[in-house]
Design a protein around this ligand. Sequence first.
Ligand code: UDP
Ligand code: MN
Length: 246
Amino acid sequence: PLPTIYAITPTYSRPVQKAELTRLANTFRQVAQLHWILVEDAAARSELVSRFLARAGLPSTHLHVPTPRRYKRPGLPRATEQRNAGLAWLRQRHQYQRAQPGVLFFADDDNTYSLELFQEMRTTRKVSVWPVGLVGGRRYERPLVENGKVVGWYTGWRADRPFAIDMAGFAVSLQVILSNPKAVFKRRGSQPGMQESDFLKQITTVEELEPKASNCTKVLVWHTRTEKVNLANEPKYRLDTVKIEV
Ligand code: UDP
Ligand code: MN
């Protein structure tokens, strides 16, 4: 059988949330054997996301965990607790059975994913990597590959990172997640941009990485960001005759 792709998506309430999730679901719906783990950054699961998932037509799991207020500051990494909640769910779900073939991938809700990316990551044996477009102050970042091995990083930002790669640039086999039960994203001591490195060094080495996307020469995922919406003309109290979810 095809290995299941588990996509962990942290998400939070904001005017564009449903639009982002709609676009993401439209992509995921075209991927065979994909399980979407949607983790809300909230004290409870919201009605908006619950209703949305119920109609999304995708195998999914709906989790929530709020980011402590002290971590909601500019310059601090985002969605640490949410990604860990997704990891915990995966480990729990597979604790009694021998790991079914599976691949985990962290899919932020605002990025752009080509369908080819999922074909590439599905053959991940341990940890696979590929280029990411529109990130790090450059058109792309990518792992540098020689003789089929990662030997360094093409990046314009903090080249000292042990794994100079964005969250969207790697996938991990379920087996590796289960055999490293303590591997999580850390708040303590984690500087901006070091989340990926901190996590990856708990489960792999640079030498072990499996380059995808034609030896990391193709961009199949883009770190797009959505513009903040202008709500300057939003009325202070409801003027419309109906209440509409956006
Ligand atoms: N996110 C979240 N809570 C927050 C901010 C972000 O759950 O307070 C989610 C967001 O929905 C996205 C991921 O974390 O899936 C990364 O956030 P963002 O896209 O804002 O980060 P950037 O692209 O700027 O690194
Ligand atoms: Mn983003």
